[in-house]
Design a protein around this ligand. Structure first.
Ligand code: HEM
Length: 510
């Protein structure tokens, strides 16, 4: 009898307890949302309502592959500062860009990197390193590899690869080739050589190396990884989104990477060309026995390989895309290059640097298609960004994509028009572009974490365009109707749609 009574009592208590828990939960969730909407330090900033209370806007925008367009849209709708996640602000103006990325103390950035894009865990290497002191150390170590002298020394090697591209186009180019593949092969062949003296032979074999296959296959996954960092519990399920075969190939790639590194370290100074690696482990130094140090080197080497590959591949691809779409610009540029050099072998990056229209076309391509679309997120130390105080701990980011396509700063912003970059003295100069904010186009970023590869990139891309247009009349293959606004998407990097281009060897006296 007594036992039954106890049971009834327990059930009542249990029900009450359950109701209390549910009510408390509902109240605490409601309070959490009310707090985020009305009392959070960022409550006063405009933005999509859903973004103020969750990471849903951010996640959807990234997973759709249209993040740059989504940031552009919210900046147009809500103004120059938009709350895009509960603790995150997106800024629009060039002034904000300068405040965030240039701010430093003794060359250590004051707006530090977040871990959102860090794919190296505690080993940030150089690109992902969050700690400014550790970053400075490794940046100083590799800096000599990016000096003007080292850049010049790399030129013959780069020419050798572009020669190989030209030779392949003589055989295969006249009936049209897919530029998305060839740009990847060329850029990665060069980058692997520059990073650690490794010949990948993708152009020779006309197929992706296993490394490139894995990299391309993981493009969308890198987005899942960075987005999942915003959902500590759900994020643990991220591996469900990757097919098992991909995980296996990733493991195989990491293994190859390690072996490659070991091979390169053992070679020490005994390499044909000076590569980036020589800076990290100079000939006299012993191989690191500490696994942590080895892992760090592995990160840096992989990042140098990737950083030297993807933006170059995208830049040459998008230059071909823009030129093939704008035959009048292509005609002017081709004439400029052919008038400047009597012989193919005369072409050098120093001579190409003087060609105004070439530089204008390349700048214009980067303005419309910047290769880095992560928003370059940073953590505020508690500082003013373009006259707006941002409390400490808040993540801030920018959208170079939105800024450089804005009518506020550029005339006919979405038109590819290299004339805007020309000097007043140039015969094609048009004063309608005189108010364009050209110096605010900063695809290589600025400040302590800006791209150290800028000069190497310019050298490679100038050589590519110079040597290719000197040799070939190029055109978009018939039937190719690629539309940038419609057909492009980006995750960790741009997914390049098929772009069929004809490379027809020029007639002798054209
Ligand atoms: C079109 C060509 C390129 C563009 C537009 C570009 C752009 C950028 C940008 C925007 C950053 C800053 C990333 C951030 O703050 O999170 C960066 C960093 C970096 N880039 Fe480039 N890059 C290019 C080519 C290269 C090349 C050829 C290399 C040579 C290996 C290179 C090596 C690096 C490295 C090592 C970093 C990390 C710098 C640091 O954190 O100290 N980049 N790049």
């Amino acid at each position: 009898m007594n036992r039954v009574q106890v049971f009834v009592l327990d059930e009542n208590i249990l029900q009450t307890l359950l109701k209390t828990i549910i009510l408390a939960g509902a109240l605490s969730i409601t309070w959490h949302y009310v707090y985020l909407l009305y009392f959070h330090p960022l409550a006063k900033f405009p933005g999509p309502r859903v973004a103020a209370v969750s990471n849903i806007w951010y996640t959807y925008s990234w997973l759709s592959g249209r993040y740059p367009w989504e940031t552009e849209k919210v900046l147009k709708t809500y103004g120059d500062v938009v709350r895009i996640a509960p603790n995150e602000l997106l800024f629009f103006t060039p002034e904000a860009f300068a405040d965030i990325y240039s701010a430093h103390f003794k060359n250590h950035e004051t707006f530090q990197k977040t871990n959102l894009n860090n794919r190296g865990g505690k080993h940030g290497g150089i690109l992902f390193e969050q700690d400014p002191v550790r970053h400075r150390h490794v940046a100083k170590q590799v800096a000599p590899a990016f000096s003007p002298k080292s850049t010049r020394a790399k030129e013959p090697r780069v020419q050798k690869y572009i020669d190989a591209f030209v030779s392949k186009m003589r055989t295969h180019g006249s009936s049209g080739v897919d530029a998305s593949k060839w740009c990847n092969w060329l850029a990665m062949d060069i980058s692997a050589d520059m990073a650690y003296n490794h010949e990948m032979h993708q152009m020779r074999d006309m197929k992706n190396s296993p490394f490139l296959d894995v990299l391309l296959g993981f493009n969308a996954y890198t987005t899942i990884e960075q987005v999942s960092k915003r959902f500590p519990i759900l994020g643990k399920l991220k591996y469900m989104f990757i097919p098992f075969s991909r995980i296996q190939s990733m493991k195989a790639m990491n293994k190859t990477s390690r072996e490659e590194l070991q091979r390169r370290i053992e070679k020490k100074g005994d390499t044909e060309n000076l590569d980036f690696f020589e800076q990290l482990v100079p000939s006299g130094r012993t191989i690191p026995s500490d696994p942590d140090e080895f892992r760090h080197l592995e990160q840096v080497a992989t990042q140098l390989l990737f950083a030297g590959f993807e933006p170059i591949s995208s830049w040459i691809y998008s230059t071909l895309f823009q030129l093939a779409k704008h035959p009048s610009c292509l005609g002017i540029l081709t004439a400029e290059i052919r008038n400047a050099f009597d012989h193919y072998d005369d072409i050098s990056s120093t001579a190409l640097a003087k060609l105004e229209y070439l530089n204008a076309c390349l700048e214009e391509t980067l303005r419309l298609l910047p290769s880095n679309n992560t928003g370059l997120p940073r953590v505020s130390p508690g500082a003013t960004v373009d006259k707006t105080y941002v409390p400490p701990g808040v993540t801030v980011q920018t959208s170079m994509f939105a800024t450089t396509r804005s009518a506020r700063y550029f005339r006919d912003p979405s038109h590819f028009d290299p004339r805007r970059w020309l000097n007043k003295q140039h015969p094609l100069y048009d004063s309608k572009f005189s108010t364009d904010r050209l110096s605010d186009v900063l695809p290589f970023s600025q400040g302590p974490r800006q791209c150290p590869g800028k000069n190497i990139a310019w050298m490679q891309v100038r050589l590519f365009v110079g040597m290719v247009l000197w040799t070939f009349d190029i055109s978009q293959a018939p039937g190719t109707k690629l539309d940038f606004e419609r057909d492009f998407i980006t995750y960790g990097f741009w997914v390049k749609p098929e772009l069929m281009v004809n490379f027809i060897e020029r007639q002798k006296d054209s």
